[in-house]
Write a protein that binds this ligand. Structure first.
Ligand SMILES: [Zn+2]
Length: 266
């Protein structure tokens, strides 16, 4: 029998997401609506911040044809284009302070975030972000730290010391919607605790692997985090603090105008 490894399966799930996004808004919107309920959790009334939250993966010159890879020159160009558009970069701490203390966010706030903790985030994106004086945040899979092609504890500590923020991307990067509450608790609590211990930071938010969540996932996430991100291509999708929209940035997004078409700013 043909059996896919967990890693290959996850890559396939992510690829499916991309294909859906590319096929058309209507189909994809229906798909997301089916998977992600829009009802607020419990008595949550806090307003969701009106931000453009982005999800990058790899930033390397090595694989120019990989759709998940935004090569370094293109990434630097994105930062400059956002600035030209009057955007202000924010990070996870800014959102935390907004959520917990009502601290206002700047005009046109853009969250640059990276998923999965790839080594090239440290090698290529980190120097560019420092040179451009841009804030950014990194969602890290706790059991992938130090693995092949992934950032090490030392890399992450250096980035934290330079002011960059870290969020959880679970322990194992498995799809969450089919997990029991016990498994969800493990993925949420253990990843948070490991990141906090390894890096000496406070971790208060999570990005769900592949952007999927449902009511049960969000309810469990709320036990350990203050807010969480899904992936959605629909800027009008109803949001709560535990399904804040985030938009995947891909190789074909050469101009940030193509990103704004998916987001709140027009
Ligand atoms: Zn991921």
């Amino acid at each position: 029998m043909f059996v896919l490894s967990t890693k290959k399966r996850n890559i396939l799930v992510c690829l499916l997401l991309v294909v859906l996004a590319a096929v058309g808004g209507v189909l994809a919107t229906d798909y997301f609506d089916d998977r992600i309920r829009s009802l607020p959790i419990g008595n949550e009334t806090k307003e969701v911040p009106h931000i453009t939250a982005l999800c990058y993966h790899e930033v390397t010159p090595a694989r120019p044809k990989d759709i998940f890879n935004v090569p370094p020159d293109q990434f630097r160009s994105h930062i400059r284009q956002f600035r030209e558009q009057g955007c202000n970069f924010i990070d996870l701490q800014d959102i935390e302070e907004y959520v917990k203390h009502n601290k206002p966010l700047p005009e046109k706030p853009v969250l640059i975030a990276f998923d999965d903790g790839y080594k090239d985030n440290y090698t290529y994106a980190f120097p560019i972000l420092k040179e451009e004086h841009a804030k950014a945040s990194f969602f890290v899979v706790s059991h992938s730290i130090g693995a092949e092609n992934r950032m090490t504890v030392s890399d992450l500590k250096e980035m934290v010391a330079a002011g960059f923020k870290i969020g959880s991307h679970t322990v194992n990067h498995e799809p969450l919607t089919s997990m029991s509450d016990k498994q969800l608790d493990y993925e949420f609590k253990t990843s948070r605790d490991e990141l906090q211990k390894l890096l000496g930071i406070k971790v208060y938010c999570i990005a769900y692997p592949c952007g999927f969540a449902n009511d049960e996932v969000m309810k469990e996430a709320k036990k350990y985090y203050d807010f969480a991100f899904i992936a959605s291509i629909d800027p009008h999708h109803p949001q709560t603090l535990f399904n804040i929209n985030r938009y995947g940035v891909f190789k074909w997004n050469t101009r940030v105008a193509s990103i704004f078409r998916q987001t709140a700013f027009k």
